[in-house]
Design a protein around this ligand. Structure first.
Ligand code: ATP
Ligand code: MG
Length: 407
């Protein structure tokens, strides 16, 4: 990979430009990072008011698989990435015929399908030292019946669609074989995995960035708290989890990325389970082939953010090992914050929040607040964990955020 040099212009007078398929908040923060380094940016996204499209030099407004749109993106950009998991892998294939595309269509395809994803985790379990929760695949009525009869060890469990799940969508919790049958029907009889419900002590995720040459850098694991299947709080500081587990999670994420031949930023999510189980305390859940919501704190608490690393990795620049300079807590701001207790629209009291020390507000420019919609996040940094925790509690209280007891 010949590096795409920031701020450069080619012989035809074209500015070095990085592209992204998808126009959501991850694309927006990627665009900000690329522009800071002097790149021009192009976003392929049908929505006229998308968070990333609104801030990019170029906004190609077509569907993600439109051949003309993809051709225009390839014409404008020297390197291209994606910002959401369900981008058609075929579109990345097409772009990769003429441009550097990171991550590749092949690895995005694996991460888009829980069946392939789990097979990958199992394949590198010996090296990574972690496995996924016990599971089985259900793709046909015959398989369903066999599981109902022979795999009751997986109950209670969670039935998850193999494709298109996110933020807890496409999942049903089941206790009995009868409930399992009903759940499969409810999910439309599509390919699914049934996963054993594990007693979670905590959840964490690890962000790594890997270059075209195999160089890899990583952030320390962050501990995540979900409310109703959606990330609510991220704790990012030393001591957020037992150091031995943190080291294991980091090593596992690195070996998973190497094993995939991954290029770009990869987030691997883990469960921390009761010690003394067959899983040895750590279980790999899933991976996101992109920067991740749980890594947003890196924008304010580290000397290189996950988005900076995505830019460096795809453009073939050296990857700096990021250094976290402040403990941080990130609070996700979902659409609920824009409504009062009676369900009436309100403007959140930002002034009171921003008066608190070390608060960093990020809003994604979405015009309409809806329940469960990710509208922004608030990161709190400070000199020590105690002060960050205290400010985070006060901010969450002012905004009426759920999960206060998790902070
Ligand atoms: P994301 O938004 O992270 O992509 P997702 O919808 O793909 O999420 P998962 O990460 O598989 O779904 O599950 C969502 C949450 O449900 C997990 O973070 C965890 O809290 C809970 N969960 C999932 N699988 C299990 C399990 N096997 N045992 C216990 N809890 C689980
Ligand atoms: Mg998840």
């Amino acid at each position: 990979m010949t590096p795409v040099l920031p701020g450069s212009t080619d012989t035809a007078g074209q500015r070095a430009t990085l592209g992204v398929v998808g126009g959501g908040q991850l694309g927006r923060m990627f665009v900000h990072a690329a522009q800071r380094l002097g790149y021009f940016t192009a976003v392929l996204e049908p929505d006229a008011q998308s968070p990333a499209g609104l801030v990019s030099h170029h906004h190609i407004r077509t569907s993600y698989d439109d051949p003309a749109g993809l051709a225009q993106l390839a014409q404008l950009c020297q390197a291209i990435t994606t910002e959401f998991e369900n981008v058609p892998a075929q579109a990345l294939h097409l772009l990769a015929q003429t441009r550097a595309v990171a991550p590749s269509a092949a690895v995005v395809g694996i991460a888009q399908n829980r069946i392939e994803e789990k097979a990958h985790f199992a394949a590198c379990a010996d090296v990574s030292g972690v496995n996924c929760a016990p599971y089985t695949v259900i793709e046909t009525p015959a398989q369903l019946q066999a599981v109902q009869e022979e795999r009751t060890d997986l109950l209670p469990g969670i039935l998850k669609t193999a494709r298109m799940g996110y933020d807890g969508k496409g999942q049903v919790r089941v206790k009995t074989a009868t409930e399992l049958g009903a759940a499969w029907e409810e999910l439309g009889g599509v390919a699914c995995v049934l996963e054993k419900m594990l007693p979670l002590k905590a959840e964490c995720s690890v962000l790594v960035a890997r270059g075209w040459d195999g160089q890899i850098v990583s952030f320390a694991p962050q501990r995540n708290v979900h409310v109703e299947g959606i990330l609510a709080v991220t704790h990012a500081y030393e001591g957020n989890m037992p150091p031995a587990l943190a080291d294991r999670a980091r090593d596992a994420a690195i070996s998973i990325a190497h094993h995939l031949g991954y290029v770009g930023v990869l987030c691997v999510e883990f469960f921390v389970v009761e010690d003394g189980t067959e899983h040895g305390g750590l279980v790999v859940n899933e991976m996101a082939p992109r920067p991740h919501n749980s890594g947003h704190y890196t924008l304010n608490a580290c000397d290189a953010s996950q988005f900076d690393l995505q830019v460096h990795a795809m453009a073939g620049l050296p990857l700096p090992q990021p250094r976290q300079h402040s403990p941080a807590i990130m609070l996700n701001l979902l659409g609920e914050v824009w409504f009062d207790a009676d369900g009436l629209p309100r403007e959140p009291d930002w002034c009171s929040v921003l008066r608190l020390p070390g608060t960093h507000l990020h809003l994604y420019g979405k015009l309409q607040a809806r329940a469960g919609r990710k509208m922004g996040h608030l990161t709190i940094t400070g000199p020590d964990v105690a002060s960050v925790t205290s400010v985070a509690r006060r901010a969450a209280g002012l905004l009426g955020l759920p999960g206060l007891d998790a902070i």
